[in-house]
Design a protein around this ligand. Structure first.
Ligand code: PMP
Length: 287
């Protein structure tokens, strides 16, 4: 069966799914998005993603496209129609279609809602992730509201591309104080040599990753030590391990920073253990 996308109230063949040229998401990046990991046909960490979506919309004063319950039905229908058991579910809401003007439309317009789903070969993505990835560091050049999950991702796009061109898979932004904020599409973590895990606190200008949040619960249940605070690329290079988290990356070991190996340059045991524990959580807690 061919892929289908949900666009403003209708399921349409993926190849013919379009939005208007004056959609404010398209012209002004005036929109937000969410991504759920899908395990066994269920949305993992569903509640966290719904809550963050509502918060992102409210922060930007974009109307909710539908109720939480109705949205859940449409998301699940998107999975069903695309036969996605293992994969990713993408949702985007923009402020809607209006004659181009920077300020909000004066006559109310309905927000635009787009949902797509894609299947992943879990065995292949696991094998790739478990081999670990290299990251590069780049000066933080994003706006001051990275806590809102907006589609304004140009700095993230350029950072990822730079990483790819330098043989890496992710870029870590480093702020004006020389501290790592987060990855272009993931949160950043290290495991210190004394066994303490460290990830940037959410008081910083970062996205409050849902995977990060769930992993903190997993870490607490496993009785491991964690500190939510800033760290430098130098501290990361001195660390025992590093890894990234996100709905796409899940937990992925980082094996080098700017071409320099972390520890022995192999994926860390803790990162792999946490990946396993997170996947177990995701498999059990989906809706
Ligand atoms: N930071 C950024 C900038 C991201 O784009 C993402 C992925 N959406 C994350 C962190 C991780 O967030 P989550 O765990 O909710 O996917």
């Amino acid at each position: 069966m061919s892929r289908q996308a949900y666009v403003n109230g209708q399921f349409v063949p993926h190849g013919q799914a379009v939005v208007h040229i004056e959609d404010r998401g398209y012209q002004l990046a005036d929109g937000v998005y969410e991504v759920w990991a899908v395990f066994g046909g269920k949305l993992s960490d569903a509640e966290g993603h719904f809550t963050r979506l509502w918060r992102s919309l409210d922060e930007l004063r974009i109307d909710h496209p539908m109720s939480r319950k109705a949205l859940e039905v449409v998301l699940k229908e998107t999975l069903r129609r695309n036969r996605v058991r293992e994969g990713l579910l993408y949702l985007q809401v923009s402020r809607g279609v209006a004659r181009r003007d920077h300020a909000f439309p004066t006559d109310p317009v309905a927000p635009s809602l787009v949902i797509t789903a894609k299947s992943l070969n879990r065995a292949a993505t696991n094998a790739k992730a478990e081999a670990g990835v290299g990251v590069i560091t780049l000066p933080e050049n994003r706006w001051g509201r990275c806590d809102i999950k907006t589609v304004g991702l140009l700095p993230n796009v350029l950072a990822k591309q730079a990483a790819r061109e330098q043989g890496g898979a992710e870029a870590w932004f480093v702020d004006a104080d020389g501290l790592v904020t987060e990855g272009a599409s993931s949160n950043a973590w290290i495991l210190r040599k004394d066994g303490v895990l460290v990830t940037r606190d959410t008081g910083a200008n970062i996205l409050r990753g849902i995977t990060r949040h769930s992993l903190l619960d997993v870490i607490a249940k496993a009785g491991l030590k964690v500190e939510e605070r800033a760290f430098t690329p130098g501290e990361a290079l001195e660390a025992q391990e590093a890894f990234i988290t996100g709905a796409g990356a899940l937990v992925t070991p980082v094996i080098s920073i700017d071409g320099k190996p972390i520890a022995n340059g192999h994926p860390g045991e803790m990162a792999l253990r946490l990946r396993g524990l997170y996947i177990q959580h995701a498999q059990n807690a989906g809706i």
